[in-house]
Write a new protein. Structure first.
Length: 233
């Protein structure tokens, strides 16, 4: 379906060697307990959680105990990075300084996106489990979220094939794709969004597109999936 592969060239070896040497010097100078915390793995059963604001109304969100507030808005930065949280526990989420209800507990392991609506900041958040296809280091992962109420979304290449033929309201679909250069369009029935140009994806990358707005005026927004570094307490 996707033609014209576009692979990213390997990093310069000399630059990589210099970076490794710098890390080594820093590690040698750091206390042993700091190094252990820096390279510690998350506890078994941890879950990776991020927050998404489907509205253009900006809100400050805090996910997890001790988290710093972060501003999110669909027309600015729509989604936070994933953060490691304890699995099988209640979510701790604040929007504009107030606790927001999230139905259910976090799963034991995996990835979750919590969806909020900045125009109704006190409304409960929706949890979407981010299930992924089998890992393939030669391909990128593209995930599509439909956040338009009452819309059965279709997402495809601009003037080209359909990638996700029917994404239900509040649902997420994902698939592995070859690294490409392309623009995507999201639509609700006969109403289509403006094209969204994908970044230069390479094998192993994960990218999400979010259809927001209304059935009459859908908007497609994209973001690279990122995870905050884990550091043991």
């Amino acid at each position: 379906m996707f033609g014209f592969l576009k692979r990213v060239p390997c990093a310069n070896r000399a630059l990589a060697a210099t970076a490794l040497a710098t890390v080594g010097l820093l590690a040698h100078a750091a206390p042993a307990d700091d190094i252990a915390k820096l390279y510690a793995l998350p506890p078994e059963g941890s879950v990776y959680v991020r927050v998404l604001n489907a509205s253009n109304v900006a809100v400050n969100v805090q996910l997890g105990a001790g988290a710093k507030a972060e501003s999110l808005a669909a027309d600015h930065k729509i989604v936070s990075d994933y953060r490691v949280l304890p699995g099988a526990q209640a979510y701790t989420l604040k929007v504009n300084g107030r606790a927001v209800e999230v139905a259910g507990k976090s799963p034991k392991g995996g990835f979750v996106t919590l969806v909020i609506d900045g125009s109704h900041a006190s409304a409960p958040a929706r949890a979407i489990v981010d299930e992924s296809p089998a890992a393939d280091g030669l391909k990128a992962e593209l995930a599509a979220y439909n956040l338009v109420p009452g819309c059965l979304a279709k997402i495809g290449v601009a003037n080209g094939p359909t990638v996700f033929p029917g994404v239900a309201d509040g649902a997420r679909n994902a698939r592995a794709i070859n690294p490409v250069s392309a623009s995507l369009v999201g639509s609700c029935a006969d109403h289509a969004s403006a094209p969204l140009a994908l970044p230069a994806l390479k094998g192993g990358d994960r990218y999400s597109v979010f259809l927001v707005g209304t059935t009459q005026a859908p908007v497609l927004v994209g973001a690279t999936n990122r995870t905050q570094p884990y550091r043991a307490n």
